[in-house]
Design a protein around this ligand. Structure first.
Ligand SMILES: [Ca+2]
Ligand SMILES: [Ca+2]
Ligand SMILES: [Ca+2]
Ligand SMILES: [Ca+2]
Length: 302
């Protein structure tokens, strides 16, 4: 079950918009409260399997509950479309699907889940899981979620036009989206998240995401946003990129080659380096942000 209740606040649909302030903040902010993630993690990190099992039994009505590790279906390569899930077990679940368009879920499933989906257009999710989840999809246009999922999650999506989300996760989530035109989102995710997209025209966002988040978007014409999270760094490489920071402090943008646009809103301090090309910077309510000399056009408001 995909829980697509949180979309990038500055998604493709708002690309180029000057309406920066995230009005969806109030609504979205409520979402983490329904999380049972911390509870799950506490339980799953216990040393006693018996403890974990009894906890699972107390809290779950699911008939498939299981106190042992689960290996869902296909260790062998299949070419048909699969739907695999593990639920309500303690930890160390593995889902592996081959080619074909697959749907894989590790839900309410403790820590250390591994979901890998091979080729095809896949949908993968670790939801209400503990920490240290790995979700990887190969070629094809994939959608991957680590949702309400503890810390140290890794999502890698290979080639194709992928959509990756780390939502309501704790710190240190990593998203790596490879080639293709990808959309990567780390939201409400604690500090030190890393989002890397390779070539292709990518949309990356780290919002409401603690501090020290890194967005690196590689070649192509990319759209990057770091907002409501301090000490962030955006590196957009070659290509004509649009980078935005807002409601930040001590954040940095390195726009690289190409004709880039940078917008800074209500940010207390930071540095903007535009790199080569004909670049433009709009500074809104951010008088103390430093702009390098290689930014040819600077507009300051108010
Ligand atoms: Ca892919
Ligand atoms: Ca890119
Ligand atoms: Ca650039
Ligand atoms: Ca540039």
């Amino acid at each position: 079950m995909l829980s697509v209740y949180c979309l990038p606040l500055f998604s493709l649909s708002t690309r180029g918009s000057t309406n920066f302030f995230p009005t969806a903040y109030a609504d979205a902010k409520e979402k983490p409260q329904k999380s049972t993630d911390k509870k799950n993690e506490d339980k799953s990190s216990g040393n006693s399997d018996k403890d974990t099992k009894s906890n699972d039994e107390e809290k779950s009505n699911n008939k498939n509950k299981d106190d042992t590790n689960q290996d869902s279906s296909t260790k062998t390569e299949k070419h048909s479309d699969e739907s695999n899930s593990v639920c309500c077990s303690s930890k160390d679940n593995k889902i592996h699907s081959g080619s074909g368009d697959d749907t894989n879920d590790a839900e309410n499933a403790g820590r250390d889940n591994k979901v890998s989906s091979g080729g095809g257009d896949d949908s993968n999710e670790a939801f209400l899981a503990g920490r240290d989840n790995k979700v990887s999809s190969g070629s094809g246009d994939d959608t991957n979620f680590a949702d309400t999922a503890g810390r140290n999650n890794k999502i890698s999506s290979g080639g194709g036009d992928d959509q990756n989300f780390a939502l309501f996760a704790q710190k240190d989530s990593k998203i790596n989206s490879g080639s293709g035109d990808d959309s990567n989102t780390a939201e409400f995710t604690g500090k030190s998240n890393k989002v890397s997209s390779g070539g292709g025209d990518d949309t990356n966002a780290a919002e409401f995401a603690g501090k020290s988040d890194r967005i690196s978007s590689g070649g192509g014409d990319d759209f990057n946003t770091a907002a409501v999270s301090d000490k962030d760094k955006i590196s957009s490489g070659g290509g004509d990129d649009f980078n935005r920071i807002g409601f930040d402090e001590a954040s940095k943008v390195n726009a690289g080659g190409g004709d880039d646009r940078i917008r800074v809103d209500s940010t207390l301090s930071g540095k903007i380096n535009c790199g080569g090309g004909e670049d433009s910077v709009t500074l809104n309510n951010s008088p103390d942000v430093k702009i390098s000399k290689n930014c040819e056009n600077v507009i300051t408001t108010p």
